[in-house]
Design a protein around this ligand. Structure first.
Ligand SMILES: C/C(=C\CNc1ncnc2c1ncn2[C@@H]1O[C@H](COP(=O)(O)O)[C@@H](O)[C@H]1O)CO
Length: 270
């Protein structure tokens, strides 16, 4: 039997007191519960889960989960394109064939994990026995990951998801699409143009669909000095899957596809 010891915080001549590290609490400030008890026993108001400091932790957790899931992925290509095409759209078959061919060439296939072009590329990759990755995004209308995603995460934040598309891929293949596809295409173009990422091929598949964009870039955008002639070389246009893969392989042979943080060196005026 243990003998009951007097409580050292209680003394007949002194007020009750408690120390927590360097902190001294006396009289009414003495907390009788432990930190663990307060964490586990209490609920309290929940509005703090909607505050920015809490969001920062959630954002951090998306990076941690994304990096953790993809760190050992191996060579991969991110494939983009419309979420809105059906299985009967000719682009669906192209994307499916592309997914299969990328696996044949030794790449994992990374998509946005959604329907349409993404589903087709994931299907081709999965059926070919390759690694089929889907980086989904939480949207107001719940979609979920397509059934051909074999490794997937659903992100809350577009910017965390976009980091994964670039960081874990050796290049992008972009099929016809709308705003979402443009966003992904131009994000990659800006990263390559500003040399945040090097040796990163960007292949546009579908000459008929993309030639209007190329003409506009070659026309007013170039003429008004908004881009340089060499910037146009960052985009490669084809209808041919084998050519798309050859472009990717050639770029890979050229360098390592490393993300760099050094500032872009100043160029002499033209
Ligand atoms: C609008 C529809 C589905 C939305 N679901 C999506 N799921 C995952 N990723 C998506 C989704 N919508 C857009 N994306 C991303 O943008 C690209 C496609 O956008 P676009 O505007 O259709 O070109 C795609 O690469 C995704 O990364 C249909 O029911």
């Amino acid at each position: 039997m243990y003998e009951q010891q007097p409580d050292p915080s209680v003394h007949p001549d002194r007020p009750p007191q408690k120390r927590r590290g360097r902190i001294l609490m006396r009289r009414a400030q003495v907390q009788t519960s432990t930190t663990d008890q307060r964490l586990l026993d209490s609920r309290g108001p929940a509005d703090w889960v909607h505050t920015d400091p809490w969001r920062v932790l959630r954002i951090q957790s998306e990076f941690i989960e994304g990096f953790g899931m993809l760190a050992e992925l191996g060579p991969a290509i991110s494939v983009f394109g419309s979420a809105r095409i059906g299985k009967d759209d000719p682009t669906y078959a192209v994307a499916e064939q592309l997914g299969r061919a990328l696996v044949g060439a030794g790449y994992a296939v990374v998509t946005g994990g959604g329907p349409g072009t993404m589903e087709a590329a994931n299907k081709g990759a999965s059926e070919a026995g390759g690694v089929s990755v889907g980086l989904g995004i939480e949207l107001p209308f719940e979609q979920g990951l397509n059934p051909w995603v074999d490794i997937g995460i659903n992100f809350r934040y577009f910017f965390a998801r976009k980091t994964m598309f670039v960081k874990y891929a050796q290049g992008f293949v972009v099929l016809p699409g709308g705003f979402g596809t443009f966003d992904e295409l131009f994000e990659a173009l800006t990263l390559v143009q500003t040399r945040k990422v090097t040796s990163f091929p960007i292949v546009l598949m579908g000459t008929a669909y993309w030639s209007g964009l190329i003409d506009w870039l070659r026309g007013p955008v170039l003429a008004e000095g908004k881009i340089k002639e060499t910037d146009l070389e960052l985009l490669q246009l084809t209808d041919d899957i084998d050519e798309a893969i050859a472009i990717i392989k050639a770029s890979e042979a050229g360098a390592g596809g490393t993300i760099v943080d050094e500032p872009v060196p100043e160029e002499p005026p033209e």
